[in-house]
Design a protein around this ligand. Sequence first.
Ligand code: F6R
Length: 368
Amino acid sequence: EKAGFDHFMLKEIHEQPKAYRDTMMGRIAEDGKSVTLSKEIGMTTEQIRGISRVHIVACGTAFHAGLVGKTVIESLARIPVETDVASEYRYRSPIITPDTLVIVVSQSGETADTLAALREAKRNGARVLAITNVVGSSVARDADDVITTWAGPEIAVASTKAYSSQLIAFYLLGLYLAQERGTIDQAQVVDIVEAMHRLPEQVESILEQAELFKGVAEAVSKHDNLFFIGRGLDFAVAQEGSLKLKEISYIHSEAYAAGELKHGTLALIEDGIPVIALVTQEDLYEKTLSNIKEVKARGAHVIGIANSGYEDEVAKSVDETFSIPRTLPLLTPALSVVPLQLLSYHASLARGNDVDKPRNLAKSVTVE
Ligand code: F6R
């Protein structure tokens, strides 16, 4: 059942290229010129044009996918987006109007807090769109519109392919909303769609080098504290990388917006502390590099994750560099998360933990 892999988590990491292809299938026109979600989303063009704000609500890893979703929808469809943790959303009297689109994201479709947030949104008259991996789940049944991620069953408690397929769902959704609202031109759609079609192979090329992450994971597993840093979408992925590591290796880590470090956290940087720095957002390269220099100067051991083509530049400022294939900045999270998943996996193994069933956690959280 593990198809020759030692753990479900590793198997599921390797299923991501297929999950991407399956989630895109039937939703991109054959000529690559448009995206269609008219089967999933029952809103008319008029209704889509009438959306004045979007709230993305989810828990844990799904929330981290929502952080990427915010940037995707804002940049493509130009609608203001707020992203909230479901257990907070319900109790902060969010401003929900009939022209608010609430997007709930849930792998299982059974998370109690997410379900309660969905119901609260509906009571307030919002339209609710669900992104879920389980057809017929509670979230899928209660939502007005559903985009299914076709990642297939996820058994490992730590989410991998469900998260990355949620990113694909957000790219499709962002493109679809943008087309309907007229905020994107066809050439841009073609560019993004072409780049999306390359993602599965690009993930495969990272997976071919999976063993590379073993050494660095073993070194990391000897520490009790570390940091992930990045800017923009790299910060969103850093948060997911940090959660994954904590969840299965039990190593404490924190994700920080790279530019925010010097406002307090820099005090925690001491000799030898590992800092994993994501440097994939072209317009932020220089800024992130200057933050890397700040932590290096305080003795941190910096592991850089950089775009292919820029890795030599990053290598000058860090101790170790891993490169990921180049794609559009907006799509990079679908690649940059993979090394972080592998790092967590190998760190957990190195610590002798039960990778697929970390202590204190359940796959589906049905209590609030
Ligand atoms: C972390 C993880 C959890 C879930 C969260 C929401 O790897 O799996 O953080 O993402 O409990 O679960 P779903 O997506 O089923 O609502």
